[in-house]
Design a binder for this molecule. Structure first.
Ligand code: COA
Length: 370
């Protein structure tokens, strides 16, 4: 990504924002405006954008080189949880990853503000802009033909929509939990509690491998297979307990490839809905990363629903998004969603030498809760 800092827009940024916008007014179909926008109009526009409709600028060397905003999609009150995005870059900053960085910030802000849907209305000839939105999981939901006219030709408009993950409870001080490592026996002894955790996640709409409704029998049978893998030593399972109750879990799946013993996958990070945004996911991730280090893994990989709370958490923990795959898996209630592939080195460097298998058979031991 280009070296530019993204921050909230201020009144004094309006002239630079207007200049970037007016470049496209005069030269491009990405806006259907045809007359240059005066400064007072941009200032009034910024003032109308309250906390639920943030505006960001990207600044490099003290200069505004791009901006992005969330605006109400429709002024009627019933549409208040739907926002429309705009992203404009200084032409010299195109093609350097800044558009994606600004769009990423908008998606995070939309989630944090509790919005439900994000809409992009894009001139159909702006293929790069459409592709950028699709990378973030936006899906085309409509196309209006020849509704715009600029530079002597008719233009179609494509409407794309992004389903934003629901906002859970507000952030609170971390809730301390006891983290325990399961072996096959303790997993089998906790099939119901593990099942309840999985059912809660699926009922909450999480894309964790199952369609809704997930029955207790299906959930138990899934955890039985996990127990079998624990017995074979091909998986690590950690649980989080609060007052003795199982409230979270996460898995580590070491690669079984000879040339990738340093790699492991993070899977099925789950925190019960009533205890989310209390730092439990973060504690489980810290514990599984420690476990991964102990076992000699230096590269962690995962995939997660694009735009989900989990993606926000992984980003917060330093995971890098390698890219997105559209229509990767279905949500429990049906529609397919893209996934984001992410990775993180546990060591400082990308260099890896594997001299011998790092995980040789079952090494799990039951650890007393902290
Ligand atoms: C993803 C999940 C495990 C997070 O667990 P959690 O205990 O709520 O997460 P934490 O409280 O530790 O959050 C840590 C950070 O992640 C980010 N985060 C977590 N939930 C978020 C949300 N809903 N929106 C935005 N950011 C969020 C925040 O940066 C948060 O830090 P903050 O609270 O200081 O802002 C939980 O939402 C969950 O179980 N989801 C359903 C299952 C799922 O999708 N699992 C992932 C499979 S890959």
């Amino acid at each position: 990504m280009a070296q530019a800092e993204i921050r909230a827009a201020r009144r004094e940024d309006c002239a630079a924002m207007g200049a970037i916008y007016n470049h496209y007014v005069e030269s491009d179909t990405c806006t259907f405006r045809t007359d240059p926008e005066p400064l007072d109009e941009r200032v009034a526009w910024l003032e109308r954008h309250g906390p639920a409709h943030p505006v960001f600028v990207a600044e490099a060397d003290g200069r505004v080189v791009g901006w992005a905003s969330l605006s109400p999609w429709n002024s009627r009150c019933g549409y208040r949880a739907t926002v429309e995005d705009s992203v404009y870059l200084d032409p010299h900053w195109r093609g350097r990853g800044l558009g994606a960085a600004l769009l990423q910030r908008l998606v995070e802000a939309a989630v944090a503000c509790g919005h439900h849907r994000m809409i992009a209305a894009i001139s159909a000839d702006q293929a790069r802009s459409v592709a950028l939105h699709q990378r973030f999981g936006f899906v085309e939901v409509g196309r209006m033909t020849e509704v715009g006219h600029k530079f002597g030709r008719w233009l179609d408009v494509v409407y794309l929509q992004l389903r934003l993950p629901p906002v859970e409870q507000k952030a609170q001080p971390p809730t301390e939990v006891d983290i325990e490592i399961f072996d096959a026996g303790s997993a089998r002894a906790n099939l119901d509690a593990l099942g309840a955790l999985l059912i809660d996640a699926v009922e909450g709409g999480a894309s964790v491998g199952f369609m809704a409704p997930l029955s207790s029998a299906q959930a138990r049978s899934y955890w039985e297979t996990v127990a079998e893998r624990l017995a074979r030593g091909t998986l690590v399972l950690l649980g989080a307990r609060k007052n003795g109750q199982l409230v979270g879990a996460v898995q580590l799946v070491p690669s079984d490839k000879d040339n990738a013993r340093h790699r492991a996958e993070i899977a099925k990070l789950l925190v019960h809905r009533r205890l989310r945004r209390q730092g439990i996911g973060r504690q489980l991730m810290a514990a599984i990363e420690t476990e991964a280090r102990t076992r000699g893994h230096t590269l962690l990989v995962l995939d997660t629903q694009t735009g989900s709370a989990a993606e926000a958490l992984y980003r917060r923990l330093g995971y890098t998004a390698a890219g997105q795959i559209p229509a990767y898996a279905c949500l429990p209630d049906g529609p397919s969603q893209p996934t984001t592939l992410m990775w993180r080195f546990l060591g400082a460097s990308a260099e890896v030498t594997v001299e011998k298998p790092l995980v040789a058979g079952p090494t799990l031991q039951r650890r007393e809760p902290r």
